[in-house]
Design a protein around this ligand. Structure first.
Ligand code: AHG
Ligand code: MN
Ligand code: MN
Length: 336
């Protein structure tokens, strides 16, 4: 594992042999995410200065209003990933269907597909609150050298080979896993280099923070309602503190460092929850498990859910182990 203040570039090279497929290809992929993250970071940082805040007037396939920076980040990540000879397909929260990449290599040996939420928490951009990017990487299941198919993207989260996020916050960080723990790198904006600042990140097993949009309380399953009341009771280390930013990436990042739980349950407005299994829940669940946390839909491990469509939504409960276990206990006891 890397030493503090090592650059991300050095870390990638040093650790590429420990990756189970021993592939320089994945290293190049992480490198291109690093590059796109810097470009998007630059744009996000000047959001208040130029005419890039606000909505473009279109809605994405899920009926959500697209922000200018949603489109910008989407284009930059797709451009960066497809200009290099690395991936064979990309699926994005902002695209109706997946994109097939024609490799410049005539044998088209690219093995990886990437799924992204290019800008997470984008409704926060106008008010100078942290946003993020989430990515998830799989090996294709169809033969190399052929165009990718939907089944390459609809793999269980447990099949991920890497996942991570960028948080454009008070400082910009890239946090990722290749299945061997979670490491966080902070961008030094003066020289445009990411440094290993948070080696081997882990969720405390217990926490005292709960993050949920309580405005939806009335529609939550009974198990969740009872759990929220449990968080608010005066007993032992409770009441817990409520912290909800409304950017999954930032809420997750804080909970991982301090110990806590994030919940986006079902509700009448969101009958399957709001968060997207492939672009948001699975990458965060992989990171959580790699950082000694857990993730569940209330009953089932997120990484075991079989995806049926690209933009599928699932209830999402993620964070410190003992807290997620408590929610599952309440869901079993009180149900919907
Ligand atoms: P996105 O900006 O990619 O659509 O994601 C927003 C998500 C997530 O980041 C956040 O936690 C959640 O939506 C907030 O939803 P509510 O405003 O309904 O609480
Ligand atoms: Mn999102
Ligand atoms: Mn988004």
């Amino acid at each position: 594992m890397g030493s503090k203040n090592q650059t991300l570039g050095e870390f990638i090279i040093e650790n590429q042999d420990s990756f189970k497929y021993t592939s320089g290809e994945l290293s190049r992929l992480i490198n291109s995410i690093r590059l796109a993250a810097k470009v998007v970071n630059h744009e996000v940082n000047k959001a208040g200065l130029v005419d890039i805040v606000g909505a473009v007037g279109d809605k994405n396939i899920q009926g959500e209003e697209q922000q200018k920076l949603d489109i910008y980040a989407n284009d930059k990540f797709i451009q960066t990933l497809s200009n290099r000879n690395i991936v064979c397909g990309i699926a994005s929260e902002e695209e109706d269907s997946f994109i097939t990449i024609n490799s410049q290599d005539e044998n088209n040996q690219n093995k990886y597909v990437v799924l992204i939420d290019p800008l997470d928490g984008s409704s926060n951009i106008d008010v100078n609150v942290s946003v993020g990017t989430i990515f998830s990487i799989y090996r294709r299941v169809t033969p190399v050298g052929t165009p990718v198919k939907l089944e390459d993207f609809l793999q269980k989260g447990s099949e991920q080979v890497a996942a991570g996020y960028v948080v454009y916050g008070t400082s910009t960080m890239l946090v990722y896993t290749t299945g061997d723990g979670v490491n966080g790198f902070t961008l030094n904006p003066a020289i445009g280099t990411f440094y290993l600042s948070h080696p081997n990140m882990v969720f405390p097993e217990d926490g005292t923070i709960y993050s949920v949009n309580e405005g939806n309380y009335i529609d939550f399953p009974l198990g969740i309602k009872k759990y929220i009341k449990y968080c608010q009771e005066e007993e032992d280390d409770r009441p817990y503190t409520s912290r909800y930013i409304g950017s999954l990436v930032s809420d997750f990042h804080r909970n991982m460092i301090k110990g806590g739980i994030y919940m986006y349950p079902k509700g009448s407005r969101n009958p399957n929850g709001k968060l997207r299994l492939l672009y948001e829940c699975n990458p965060m669940a992989f990171l959580a498990e790699q950082a000694n946390g857990t993730s569940s839909d209330g009953y089932t491990r997120t990484l075991d859910v079989t995806p049926t469509e690209l933009h599928q939504r699932v209830p999402f409960i993620c964070g410190s182990k003992n807290m997620v276990a408590k929610v599952e206990e309440f869901m079993l006891k009180f149900g919907e």
